[in-house]
Design a protein around this ligand. Sequence first.
Ligand SMILES: Cc1cc2nc3c(=O)[nH]c(=O)nc-3n(C[C@H](O)[C@H](O)[C@H](O)COP(=O)(O)OP(=O)(O)OC[C@H]3O[C@@H](n4cnc5c(N)ncnc54)[C@H](O)[C@@H]3O)c2cc1C
Length: 500
Amino acid sequence: MTAVGHTGPASATDPDVVLVGGGIMSATLSALLGIVAPDWTVQVFESGEAVAGESSGPWNNAGTGHSALCELNYTPARPDGTVDASKAVGINEQFQVSRQFWSHLVRAGLTDSPRSFITSVPHISFVTGPEGRTYMRNRYEALAAEPLFAGLEYSDSPAELDSWVPLMMAQRDRSEVVAATRSLSGTDVNFGALTRLLVDAAVRRGVQLHVRHRVLKVRRDGDRWATTVRDLATGSTRTVRSRFVFVGAGGGALPLLQGAGIPEIRGFGGFPVSGQFLRTRNPALVARHQAKVYGQAKVGAPPMSVPHLDLRLIDGEQSLLFGPYAGFSPKFLKAGSMWDLPRSVRTGNLGSMLGAGKANIPLTRYLVGQVLQSTRSRFRALEEFVPTAESDDWELITAGQRVQVIKQDPTSGRGVLQFGTELIVGADGSIAGLLGASPGASTAVAAMLTLLERSFGDRMDEWRPKLQEAIPSYGHQLSADPALFAEVHAETTRTLQLEG
Ligand SMILES: Cc1cc2nc3c(=O)[nH]c(=O)nc-3n(C[C@H](O)[C@H](O)[C@H](O)COP(=O)(O)OP(=O)(O)OC[C@H]3O[C@@H](n4cnc5c(N)ncnc54)[C@H](O)[C@@H]3O)c2cc1C
């Protein structure tokens, strides 16, 4: 179903497209529209002082270019101990789509310095104990057979791990069983810098960006969507009408979609989980940890709480982040309101919310434990990674809010909490929004391509060649085409100035 028949805007001030929110998702969609429909008029409304102030900001997320090279939650063990690699392959495939699109934009002049937003950082998975080692070996065997994971290395030799992760091995008990895999194709991504580059490029081609403009409501108005916006500088409100609206408001998306009254949002709820990290900028420590290292989540802990120690490269400075530590806040955005959670409960989602609460007692217990934990116990988690950690080197920082999706299970009818992202598209395709936060920013391009397909299905024959020029694997599965993968991987490595 086509949402926008380009007949020109309804008035001089009404655009074809409204994008709510200036995070990585809206920025990516505006870049894709610049390729397939460059003559469409687009307006972006962002409530913050600048774009990328919420989850897409570099200190609000971990900056991992999620490609399942190191995140153990994407490679579950089966009952017989073998490892299921299918989810990992899918996540990696989506990141290759991002790499290709970013490369295309760099070739087209997005920036001379792709290292301002993406850099090579080895991705390592690290476990301890004999059971962990068996799982790690099985995981390595499952992934090594997959073309997208070429070059993955396995080691359970402490001497070798001394060179992979010197900071983590220093003064570690030499009798402890350790095992790890390493991929040199991993990346650290500054999604905030990338968002700014994408939005700057969009503005250069005529997209109108309005910061300090909060969208109050989106509602149907004939064959258009009326978006009511408050200018936070003057307090005045105005309404713009567009044929298509994308609610890329991150944590702010759920209430706006609920307010739009589309049936597709019925049954959905959100549960906010806040995140904190320990950060060090001590150059001596950073020099001894030039990697992103993911461990295993504790029993009962949700996937987004997998502990990891990450090298970050932000605005030319290296630092280490450890976490995340989960917390509870009823706000849906860092700059949100304490009423966000209670206000999101409607008759349409009350059942899902209550059902999810009942079915997720272990998560609730985990969150309560996290909120109540002392500084000392928080530090103990870091010491499991870095036995020589000194508290003076580390400071606690608050990261972004995640609003985990609660949805109704179609078979049982019960509410379930899920940890992925959910694209909500209205029946005629003219409104869409994104809920949830995982695997998140890394897969923004794949998510926004799906949006184009669902909202503008009958334009895809016309748009496909343009998209294939930008993303050579579009419409193909790289995991089933090793030759094409080798080609695009080599090209993106060269263009993005990566090492693998
Ligand atoms: C702790 C943490 C760690 C993470 N780690 C990673 C990681 O390592 N790798 C990864 O790929 N992803 C990660 N993510 C997920 C990733 O950050 C998000 O998926 C991504 O940034 C979401 O982008 P977005 O554009 O949807 O939302 P956001 O970046 O939150 O942008 C939404 C924008 O909408 C604006 N807005 C909201 N309401 C309104 C309104 N009513 N009117 C106008 N503007 C509005 C907000 O101010 C904000 O700027 C992490 C997230 C968190 C919280």
